[in-house]
Design a protein around this ligand. Structure first.
Ligand code: PMT
Length: 398
């Protein structure tokens, strides 16, 4: 069935580039509904988009639509994907706060299809904390946000804020509209987030993992047709849609749950930051200080189960297991040891001291190390793209 994509154009200088995007999508027989904000019409005329999309362009919230009884609801219902490009700082703020004061923002709220935002603006505006907080909010809502490119901007400044190349946006739209189904019928278990080990009823030991890496893998596997179980320690993220979400607390619980599901799984991916130690004896009551500022507290720690090692011992024939190695030194050497000791098919090493890699960031810089000694280093990529690369490699092994 033909796909319909909504292209929301907001008022930035990059708006003119979207004409090319619309033209390319139409050539692929994709139905394109262009929705413009008033500000966007100052940069490029609706007539350009009307001609290229072969459809009325939607601008005014109060227009009487011939096509739909209630314009913003009717238009939203048609969409397989909604893309906002360029997304200005103002429009990003509106979406982050649920405002609905023009046609495009009402369509965003009425829309239930995936939403992709493509920010483009001056680099200082992009770096501004308020804009970054709004972008973070959008991601937490489950919306996809493309990273702007760096280079010379229309305002003359050099920095990050350029609209990604139309080729990149087009490729992303194609990937979202026609996702690969190469994991159809496969059962994938992913773990993510940090495990937590209680000290007393109110305190625990954890680490800096947010779950972003594991959630991206779970989400991509689900999009590619797999049945996905996401076993998750502590994480502030919303569970991805369509995934069986199993929350856990400590390493022992995570291990038990994963052992239970292991026999039914074709693929197991360990992205969680599992604590290697727990408190030997958890205090029953909240531990009290004596009031003496120089007092010392000694906690005795004991090891937790190595989850992947445990699963690796019971690996079924043809079951694929992938682990991560979070390293701060001797990256390849340490990662190779983990690959062998946990009986993995390949390991994803990340140097967690590098900027834009490892814990918390939206990006990662990884190296794949395979059992046959093959080493493949990837550049800095969004965690979504790293997830896609991991699953591409898994598919080749199936
Ligand atoms: O969650 P994010 O904020 O997005 O951060 C992503 C990440 C940095 C957590 C992720 O990219 C990552 O590196 N995950 C693995 C973290 C880790 O525990 O690495 P490790 O080198 O200590 O462990 C090696 C492998 O064994 C990992 O797959 C780990 O899940 C697993 N392990 C470790 C200890 C243990 N007791 N049981 C395990 O199964």
């Amino acid at each position: 069935m033909a796909k319909t994509v909504g292209i929301g154009v907001t008022g930035g200088i990059a708006a003119y580039k979207i004409a090319d995007l619309v033209s390319r999508l139409k050539k692929e027989d994709i139905d394109v509904i262009v929705i413009m904000t008033e500000a966007a019409t100052k940069f490029i005329t609706p007539l350009t988009f009307k001609t290229l999309s072969d459809r009325e362009v939607l601008v005014d919230l109060w227009d009487d639509s011939k096509e739909w009884k209630v314009q913003h609801v009717g238009a939203a219902e048609q969409l397989d994907l909604l893309v906002i490009a360029p997304a200005t700082a103002n429009f990003i703020a509106k979406v982050a706060h649920g405002l609905a004061d023009d046609l495009l923002s009402t369509i965003v709220l009425a829309n239930t299809a995936p939403l992709l935002l493509v920010p483009a603006m001056n680099s200082n505006m992009y770096k501004n904390q308020a804009v970054q907080d709004n972008i973070k909010k959008l991601k937490d809502y489950g919306y996809m946000v493309m990273e702007p490119n760096s280079g010379v901007l229309a305002c003359g400044v050099t920095g990050q804020g350029r609209l990604p190349e139309i080729d990149q946006i087009y490729a992303e739209i194609k990937r979202l509209l026609f996702p690969k189904q190469d994991l159809l019928g496969k059962r994938v278990m992913v773990n993510a987030g940090t495990t937590c080990e209680d000290i007393d009823p109110v305190r625990f030991i954890a680490n800096r993992s947010t779950g972003k890496m594991g959630f991206s893998i779970a989400q991509d596997a689900q999009t590619r047709g797999a049945d996905v179980i996401l076993v998750c320690g502590n994480s502030p993220l919303e569970p991805p849609l369509g995934v069986e979400f199993v929350p856990v607390w400590g390493a022992e619980e995570m291990c038990e749950v994963m052992q239970k599901y292991q026999p039914a799984c074709d693929i197991i991916i360990g992205a969680a930051a599992v604590g290697d130690f727990r408190i030997k004896t958890r205090a029953e009551q909240k531990m009290k200080k004596t009031g003496n500022a120089s007092e010392e507290l000694v906690l005795t720690l004991v090891g937790t189960p190595d989850i992947l090692k445990t699963l690796g011992k019971n690996k079924k024939p043809k079951q694929i297991m992938v682990g991560f190695a979070a390293e701060t030194e001797n990256i390849l050497e340490n990662a190779k040891k983990k690959l062998d000791s946990k009986n993995l098919d390949f390991i994803v090493a990340n140097d967690v001291t590098m900027e834009g890699a490892g814990f918390s960031s939206d990006t990662n810089i990884v190296t794949f190390i395979s059992r046959n000694g093959e080493i493949e280093s990837l550049p800095k990529m969004s965690k979504q793209d790293v997830a896609a690369a991991i699953l591409d490699k898994v598919v080749k092994l199936l």
